[in-house]
Structures are given as structure tokens and as C-alpha cells.
Design a protein around this ligand. Structure first.
Ligand code: ATP
Ligand code: MG
Length: 375
């Protein structure tokens, strides 16, 4: 995949800007707060329709403008595409492929694949479970765009169910007997939907983790030059015995029955994939709690390289690699490892404040784009 051209209008700190990409190694060079990461963010949104930095679209739109725009020309193995996303400060994103309106978000996904590796990604190992879930979710969206819809369905159910639980809490219900019949029926309906959609999410996440595990192991041993035993384990909030839809759904349903009164008391759903955990285990210890800083960094790099490789294998073409500020973060050995293992296959966009992080070879072949105050 190759990004040829990017156009930003009223996006973050860009009023209006075009960039032509002429190389498969691009370095965005500039001081802090000039707009380097904003460019990577725009590319990431073209690929996954979300940003790992922001959850609110309004933050993406320049100051108090009504909407922002990202446009791009992308070449992949099959064709050339013109992509366009209009982001209103309030409301739904509007998508176009080759000037034609796309109604379903999932039809937009899969044209451009990206892997982002930023200095914040250390949170993947050190941070809360939410980071790890969101990492697996973004990966799944790229591998099977239908997952975008599944996730949306699940989040909708969760929201509705939480609203109902809050309502019950507010009306002073504290035992199952106090739940009015109609409300009980309504809640049961959401319980079943949650179990059904939740099992889809959990099972897919567990499966993709199994797929990426051997790749992560390979890279982990390459980088650490040791044979440490790395395990990626999906730890669902409700353990299941067999990985079948019925088994997982039943496990969720029976846990809901046990926790129901606690859920009503809290006004919140306690059971389901929004509470699942992903464990990275090195030599039988959780990397999150026991890993040294170096071990944690090695692990993140291994996970990212594995992600790149898995997307390439499944999609059948190399995704773009977006490296945000990682050069300063990695020691020279890991840096060389990263760039060497990439070869020339992946178009790579790197942000940096200084060029002296890079080897001359890379500087000679890279397109260097200076970024200053949104220009
Ligand atoms: P660093 O090297 O520190 O990571 P950077 O060049 O990557 O810096 P970005 O994160 O790309 O910086 O851009 C940050 C700038 O964008 C900040 O000055 C911020 O105020 C500005 N900015 C972010 N969102 C908006 C917005 N919606 N409207 C206008 N400006 C914005
Ligand atoms: Mg930045």
C-alpha cells in the first residue's frame, strides 16, 4: 500500500495543507507542537476511522470550525483510490471513495491499512486493560472490517443496558423481587443480546491473539537475543470451557444471573468483553507487573512487528507503518533492529524533532517533510 497524497482542511492545527508523498520512507521533521503527530493521526483515521488519541470528533476539527476534512490518494495492490472523510464537529462522519458517497463505515475499511507505533504504546504493557483491548480491537477492524460493526453493536447494547440499570437503581430497586415484571423482561432481552454479541467479540479477540502469538514470540526472541518464553493470553471476564458460541454465551448469561443485583446496585454492566483482559506473560510472570523497562519496551516492539506481519499475511499486502516519536524512545540497537526488519516493503512515516536519530542510509533515501505551525 502506498499513500501518494494527503490533503487536510480544518483538521487539528491545519487550515489547509497538501502533501505529496514521493518515497516509501518519509520523515516528518519539526519542533514540538507543530503538527507532526496530527498528520499521522489523519492517516490513521483514513485506515480505521478512529484515532487512538481522541474519542471526540470535535477535537479533530480546527478550532471552532463546523467540520474538518481529510482526503487522500492511495494505491494498493488492486487499484488506486481517492478517499475523503468529512468530520463534522457534531454528527456522523461522511465518507467518500472515488467521489462516491459510502453509506456503511465498513465499506470504507480495508483500503488503507496502518500500524501505528508511538511512544505512548508502552501503555500497551504498563497501562490499563482498556489499552490492550483497544489494541486488539483496532487490529481486528483491519483484519476483518465486519468487526467494526460488531463492536458498534456491542457498545450500543452496553449503553442501553447500562441506561436501564441506572434507571432501576434510581427508582430504588435493591432486590430482584422489586424489579417490575416489564422491566425484568426488558432487562432479560438486553442480557441475551449482550451475551450473543459479547461472545462474538470475545471469541474473535481470543482467536486473533492466538494468531499473533507465534509472530510476537519470534520477534521477541530476535530482539532480546534470548529464548524467553512469551505467552499472549486472552483472559475473559467470564471464563469459558469451550470456544463455541453457545458455550461462551451460556457462560456470560449465567454470570449475569449471579451479578445482576450488584449490577442494579451499581447501575452498570459488570459482565462482558468490555471487562476482558489480555495478558502478556514473560517466563511465567505478567510483563505488566514484573517486566523491567527494557523487557517491556522489547515486548511492545515485538508486538508491533508482529502486528505488521499479521496484517500483511492476512490482507495480502504490506500496511503503512506510522512511527510517532519512537526513535527517541528506542535505544540504537532496537532502532536498527526495527528499521532492518522492515526492509523496503512498508511505506513508513516517521515523526521526529531531530535528524541525528537516524542513520545516513535512511536519510539518503527518505523524503524529509518540514512541519512548522500547521504548515
Ligand atoms: P510533538 O513533537 O510534541 O509530539 P507534534 O508536532 O507531534 O509535537 P501535534 O500533536 O501534531 O504536535 O500538534 C499539536 C498542535 O496541534 C498543538 O499546538 C495543538 O494545540 C494543536 N491542535 C490540536 N488540536 C487542535 C484543534 N482542534 N484545533 C487547532 N489546533 C489544534
Ligand atoms: Mg507528536
Amino acid at each position: 500500500m502506498f499513500l501518494e497524497h494527503l490533503y487536510l482542511q480544518h483538521f487539528r492545527n491545519y487550515i489547509q495543507q497538501e502533501i505529496n508523498f514521493t518515497s516509501n520512507k518519509i520523515i516528518l521533521l519539526g519542533d514540538n507542537a507543530q503538527g507532526k503527530s496530527n498528520i499521522l493521526e489523519a492517516v490513521e483515521i483514513l485506515s480505521t476511522l478512529k484515532s487512538h488519541r481522541s474519542t471526540k470528533d470535535i477535537e479533530l476539527v480546527y478550532q471552532d470550525r463546523l467540520y474538518g476534512q481529510i482526503k487522500a490518494s492511495v494505491k494498493n495492490k488492486y487499484a488506486d483510490y481517492d478517499l475523503a472523510i468529512t468530520i463534522p464537529a457534531k454528527g456522523k462522519k461522511e465518507l467518500k471513495i472515488n467521489q462516491e458517497k459510502v453509506n456503511r463505515h465498513i465499506d470504507f475499511l480495508g483500503i488503507l491499512n496502518t500500524v501505528t507505533f508511538s511512544s505512548l504504546d508502552i501503555e500497551l504493557v504498563r497501562g490499563s486493560p482498556e489499552y490492550r483491548r483497544s489494541w486488539v480491537d483496532s487490529l481486528l477492524i483491519q483484519l476483518e472490517p465486519i468487526y467494526y460493526q460488531l463492536l458498534k453493536n456491542y457498545n450500543h447494547i452496553l449503553k442501553q443496558r447500562n441506561a436501564l440499570l441506572k434507571q432501576m437503581k434510581k427508582s430504588g430497586i435493591s432486590t430482584i423481587e422489586q424489579v417490575p415484571e416489564l422491566k425484568a423482561i426488558e432487562l432479560k432481552l438486553w442480557d441475551n443480546k449482550l451475551a450473543e454479541e459479547g461472545s462474538r467479540i470475545s471469541r474473535r479477540r481470543a482467536r486473533v491473539l492466538k494468531k499473533i502469538e507465534p509472530l510476537a514470540k519470534f520477534w521477541h526472541n530476535q530482539i532480546s537475543h534470548k529464548t524467553e518464553k512469551l505467552i499472549l493470553n486472552y483472559a475473559p471476564n467470564v471464563p469459558w470451557k469451550k470456544d463455541t458460541p453457545t458455550d461462551v454465551q451460556n457462560a456470560i448469561k449465567s454470570e449475569i444471573e449471579q451479578k445482576k443485583i450488584a449490577e442494579i446496585n451499581l447501575g452498570n454492566t459488570l459482565v462482558g468483553p468490555h471487562r476482558d483482559e489480555i495478558e502478556f506473560i514473560i517466563n511465567s510472570s505478567l510483563a505488566r507487573n514484573y517486566g523491567s523497562q527494557g523487557q517491556q519496551r522489547t515486548l511492545v516492539l515485538a508486538l508491533k512487528l508482529a502486528e505488521l506481519q499479521l496484517i500483511e499475511q492476512v490482507v495480502g499486502q504490506p500496511p503503512l507503518l506510522l512511527l510517532d516519536d519512537v526513535m527517541a524512545e528506542l535505544d540504537l540497537k532496537r532502532q536498527a533492529q526495527l528499521l532492518d526488519s522492515l526492509g523496503d516493503r512498508f511505506q513508513t512515516i516517521i515523526t521526529t524533532t531531530h535528524l541525528n536519530y537516524f542513520e545516513t542510509d535512511l536519510l539518503n533515501q527518505a523524503q524529509i517533510v518540514k512541519v512548522e505551525a500547521g504548515k
